[in-house]
Write a protein that binds this ligand. Structure first.
Ligand code: HEC
Length: 87
C-alpha cells in the first residue's frame, strides 16, 4: 500500500514537472520556438518545398541560427514544414 502511494506520488510529480516546463515537444512547437528567436515567424506558405532546406541552412550558417538550432532540430523543422506543404 505504501509503495503504491509513493510510486503514484512520484508519477504525479514527474508529470507535473513535464507539463510545467516549456520544452518544445512537437515539431510545430520546435519550429515556433526556434524560428521566432530572432524575428517574427516568417510566412513560408508560399515558399516552394525545395527552398525550405536552403532557408534554414542560410539561417544557421549565415545568420547565426546554428547557436539556437542544432542540426537535428533543423532536420525536424524542415520535415515539419514540408509536411505542411503536402496537405
Ligand atoms: C540567429 C537568428 C535567427 C534565427 C534563429 C532565425 N533567423 Fe531567419 N533571419 C535572421 C536574420 C538576421 C534575417 C534577415 C537577413 C536575411 O534576410 O537573410 C532573417 C530572415 C529570414 C527570412 C527572410 C529572408 C528570406 O530568405 O526570405 C526568412 C524566410 C527566415 N528568416 C526564416 C527563418 C526560419 C524558418 C527560421 C527557423 C529555422 C529562422 N529564420 C530562424 C536571423 C535568424
Amino acid at each position: 500500500m505504501k509503495v503504491v502511494l509513493v510510486v503514484t506520488g512520484a508519477l504525479v510529480l514527474i508529470a507535473g514537472v513535464w507539463l510545467w516546463t516549456d520544452i518544445p515537444r512537437t515539431p510545430r512547437q520546435l519550429y515556433e520556438s526556434r524560428c521566432s528567436a530572432c524575428h517574427a515567424l516568417a510566412d513560408l506558405s508560399r515558399r516552394p518545398s525545395d527552398e525550405l532546406v536552403n532557408i534554414i541552412e542560410t539561417m544557421r550558417h549565415r545568420n547565426g541560427a546554428a547557436s539556437v538550432i542544432s542540426e537535428t532540430e533543423a532536420e525536424e523543422i524542415v520535415a515539419y514544414l514540408k509536411s505542411l506543404k503536402r496537405n
